[in-house]
Design a protein around this ligand. Structure first.
Ligand SMILES: Nc1ncnc2c1ncn2[C@@H]1O[C@H](COP(=O)(O)OP(=O)(O)OP(=O)(O)O)[C@@H](O)[C@H]1O
Ligand SMILES: [Mg+2]
Length: 241
């Protein structure tokens, strides 16, 4: 159906008029070394809408991290098309890919990747500083509050538990309010109680900020809190049973 502009000119597009946050159209990624070529992702077509919370599951080596790297414009496909908020990542310059990552995507990893010599708040401020924000502190504090760690802003990473470190990493990933949050086994290094807390924070971010989340995981408990499960096998999406 054609979109009809409201009387009085063009307003903000309705959410339904926005493109999916992520689209893969027949995407493949082949890694070539001297000895062999490995198809890490093969012919994947999928769309993830605004506000969805998706789990990405599959055995070790099935292509989950490769999928996330393509989704987050860390890598570009060998063939096919990846669109992040309608922007095609293939054939962009490194600079343009960096801008897409900075403006549209947040990343969370299994081993947190916090900077040990920076305080919690300084870690969270990094994306805002990279974006040229001159007063990052209020937004960093607000985001630390969102992950329920408001009192720990002055601590250093080694003074936190694993679960707290991961919540700081989530705050850092979310501080610039990206529309897409990519998490690669975010509970893989946590005990079950900390993992539950981290999953609750993902749900909260998803609900409060309407952030689209794609989470690669080996954990059935983690996959169970999401809205949809995508299963990869040898780089291909397989239908759910
Ligand atoms: N940079 C690379 N160069 C060569 N091969 C790679 C590279 N990255 C991944 N691969 C290969 O691609 C396949 C998919 O790897 P990937 O890391 O995406 O799997 P995964 O599902 O994330 O596995 P895990 O659960 O162990 O993290 C594997 O066979 C892997 O060895
Ligand atoms: Mg992986």
């Amino acid at each position: 159906m054609p979109q009809i502009a409201p009387a009085g000119g063009l307003a903000e597009p309705a959410a339904s008029a926005l493109p999916p946050v992520l689209r893969f159209l027949d995407v493949s990624k082949v890694y070539c070394s001297a000895e062999q070529a490995v198809a890490a992702v093969s012919g994947v077509t999928v769309s993830v809408a605004r506000g969805e919370f998706v789990a990405l599951v599959g055995r070790s080596g099935s292509g989950k991290s490769s999928f996330l790297n393509l989704a987050g414009a860390v890598d570009i496909p060998t063939s096919g098309t990846v669109l992040v908020n309608g922007i095609q990542t293939t054939s962009l310059s490194d600079e343009a890919l960096t801008r897409i990552r900075r403006e549209h995507v947040g990343f969370v990893f299994q081993f947190f990747h916090l900077f040990p010599t920076l305080s919690v708040l300084e870690n969270i401020e990094i994306p805002l500083q990279l974006a040229g924000e001159r007063r990052p502190r209020p937004r960093a504090e607000e985001t630390l509050e969102l992950v329920d760690l408001a009192d720990l802003g002055g601590r250093f990473p080694h003074q936190l538990s694993g679960g707290q470190m991961q919540r700081v990493a989530i705050a850092r990933a979310m501080v610039a309010r990206p529309s897409l949050l990519l998490a690669d086994e975010p509970t893989g290094n946590l005990d079950s109680e900390s993992a539950d807390t981290v999953l609750r924070v993902f749900r909260l971010v998803n609900a409060e900020l309407q952030t689209t989340i794609i989470m690669a995981t080996h954990s059935l408990e983690a996959a169970a809190v999401t809205d949809r499960v995508l299963t990869l096998k040898d780089g291909r999406l397989v239908p759910n049973e």
